[in-house]
Ligand binder design. Sequence first.
Ligand code: FES
Length: 111
Amino acid sequence: MTRIRLCASEAVPAGAVVAVSVDDEDLVVWRGHDGVVCVMEARCPHQWSHLAAEGAVDGDELVCCSHWWRFRRDGSGWKVNVNGRRDRKGDIGVLPVVEDDDGVWVEGEGA
Ligand code: FES
């Protein structure tokens, strides 16, 4: 396993979603309003919207604004109806993330 640096911590303030690429895989780095960072696949599993363009952080979830699916940091997908009921939707891939003084990192297989 090799750690791969994705970006500086300052590049992902609370509420931000940033596009990155690792080994030709498109990913997003986002930070919840609680300050915790997360790394996910960039494409929404519903209709493939890029979450750096269509994603918005809501609390500790990333929402795809194309059709309002929302993703927890464990990758589980949900949609909330007007009455607040949560229905399960498709999941998204999440990568193990490490943040330290040098930035945001994921564990990679190669190199
Ligand atoms: S493409 Fe993301 S919710 Fe539809």
